[in-house]
Design a protein around this ligand. Sequence first.
Ligand SMILES: Cc1cc2nc3c(=O)[nH]c(=O)nc-3n(C[C@H](O)[C@H](O)[C@H](O)COP(=O)(O)OP(=O)(O)OC[C@H]3O[C@@H](n4cnc5c(N)ncnc54)[C@H](O)[C@@H]3O)c2cc1C
Length: 268
Amino acid sequence: MSKITQGKFKILSNKRVGPDCFKMAIGAPAIVRKAAPGQFVHLRCLNSTEPLLRRPFSLHRINRNNFEILYRAVGRGTNLLAKKRKGDKIDVLGPLGNGFQLSAFSYQLSAILVAGGIGVAPLLALAEKLIKAQRKKDILVLLGVKNKKQILCERDFKRLGARVQIASDDGTRGYKGLVTGLLRKVLRTNEPTNQRTNELTIYACGPKPMLKEIAQISFRLGMAAYASLEENMACGVGACLGCAIKTRESYKRVCKDGPVFNLKEIRW
Ligand SMILES: Cc1cc2nc3c(=O)[nH]c(=O)nc-3n(C[C@H](O)[C@H](O)[C@H](O)COP(=O)(O)OP(=O)(O)OC[C@H]3O[C@@H](n4cnc5c(N)ncnc54)[C@H](O)[C@@H]3O)c2cc1C
């Protein structure tokens, strides 16, 4: 618990980056010093008790003195966030959760990062870490979107040296269909990765049906697969049990035991 900071920090920028999507940078050296990809922050969207509950957001980018979040305005809290301006202060609790567990072994393997919609948020920080730490790491990013207007972060991943493929539901860009269809295709042809499947690790974030399908694919092929899960949560620190999910062992808290889980662990 001592590694968690709570305080008011300055918003450095808050810009629209797509339809209903925004990127906010928050100057918080005390938080970034301890933060890792896959962890999240719990934000008070208004400096009052309404809405009462904080809202959780993945660390999208972890910089030297600030971090960024990438968020979609879907309800009361996120629409309040979208109205914040540079210079405003925001109450942050973080970093929270376990983050992606990266062993020396993970760095030796190639990775496929699979994002469903706004699920791309935590995967950029992960790609930055994998690429910085391992220089030769081969990273393929699959971005699943409804249509081409919703594509986020394509340039950011490419700038890092990762390869990017798009799946759009309506076929306006790339593969026509769900991103899991694209993943199956990539694994079947094995061209873009040129690796045996047991030398690949999948990291994913997105809607539950997408993660469930990735769990099935990875299990069948004997691949390692990890995902950042999203559940409605209240306290964010493991006390209220509001975000418990069923795993093979027991119930686990997304906020404290996760949000990143080995997909083999989850009971769907
Ligand atoms: C660990 C974690 C990391 C997250 N990271 C991001 C992120 O990087 N970017 C981002 O845009 N969103 C992220 N989310 C989801 C984000 O927290 C919700 O979109 C936000 O809390 C909605 O608040 P609201 O007041 O705007 O919406 P509300 O008015 O509370 O709800 C609007 C809609 O969003 C759904 N919703 C609310 N909370 C969640 C939730 N926690 N997960 C999924 N759906 C929810 C509701 O069921 C409802 O349909 C994350 C959630 C978790 C648990």
